[in-house]
Design a protein. Structure first.
Ligand code: PAF
Length: 282
């Protein structure tokens, strides 16, 4: 496995893979890798086969953080990540510097203007502009045939899929299912920042989503009733501060009035300073 930091060296590596007609499967990450990322790496390998190349980028993208302290405290674990990628059979880690990705006079941005507005877009202004910009840059650099994103970040997956379609980017997107810890907590690099008490409280998120889905399965269809029920499950959970809980159409991400199968029930909540997201499809 190779670790490349400078962009010119990455370009040479990509040209060689292309000359050898090896398909590239790409997993973009911000590091602090966990089982969820490892499942994305597995999917990438499956997609490109043994002859193909699996590339993981590790880059804590400053432009998608709307709070300086969140960027500062985002976990960084490069040596552990290298070991995990090596074990998982990754061919290349691309870990560029922020200076190389964003020169001082950087002034070009990519903005998706519909799907990025509700949910996390409403509480984190500018977040998806940062995501779209860095993902397009990474696609241009790595030139993958296939890119794997996680369903945990359902809105991110939808926004990037829209960008790929709208800008005719020749990348096939695969959205991989959420990987959960034993108690149901969705795997996230941010989980490492939870205190034991916060971790305990955070289990309420998935519990509330599952109970609400069960209520839908038993016949409840009124979206307001379902959302109220879900919020009730989260009331009184120690240390939990709800950011949003919404029931939206999975394609438009707009709120629904009457719930139907496949709708997305999405939640974001703070536990202390850590903001977690989770979702289920009804
Ligand atoms: O999901 C993430 O880790 C990031 O948003 C991504 C896609 C790597 C872009 O920085």
């Amino acid at each position: 496995m190779k670790l490349i930091q400078p962009i010119p060296q990455l370009r040479r590596w990509v040209l060689k893979a292309q000359a050898e007609r090896r398909p590239i499967g790409f997993v973009p990450t911000m590091g602090a890798l966990h089982e969820g990322h490892l499942s994305l790496i597995k999917q990438a390998r499956k997609a490109v086969g043994l002859r193909g190349r699996v590339v993981v980028s590790i880059f804590v993208n400053p432009t998608q953080f709307n709070q300086k302290s969140d960027l500062k405290h985002y976990p960084r674990r490069l040596s552990a990540d290298i070991a995990k990628c090596h074990k998982a059979g990754v061919d290349l880690i691309f870990a560029p510097s922020a200076k190389a990705m964003y020169p001082e006079d950087f002034s070009t941005w990519v903005e998706e203007t519909k799907l990025s507005k509700p949910l996390c877009g409403a509480s984190r202004p500018g977040h998806f502009r940062g995501v779209c910009t860095v993902v397009l840059k990474l696609f241009n650099l790595v030139q993958p045939q296939v890119a794997i994103f996680g369903q945990k970040d359902a809105q991110q997956a939808a926004v990037v899929q829209r960008m790929v379609r709208d800008l005719n980017i020749p990348v096939r997107m695969i959205i991989a299912p959420i990987v959960r810890e034993a108690g149901g907590l969705a795997m996230s690099s941010r989980n490492q920042r939870l205190s034991p008490k916060e971790r305990e409280s955070s289990l309420s998120l998935n519990r509330a989503l599952k109970l609400t889905r069960a209520s839908f399965q038993k016949g409840k269809r009124n979206a307001n009733v379902l959302k109220k029920f879900a919020r009730q499950q989260l009331r009184g959970i120690p240390g939990l501060r709800l950011d949003y809980l919404e029931l939206v159409d999975r394609h438009t991400l707009q709120p629904v009035v009457k719930a139907s199968a496949g709708d997305l029930l999405a939640v974001a909540a703070f536990f202390g300073k850590t903001r977690l997201i989770d979702n289920v499809h009804l």
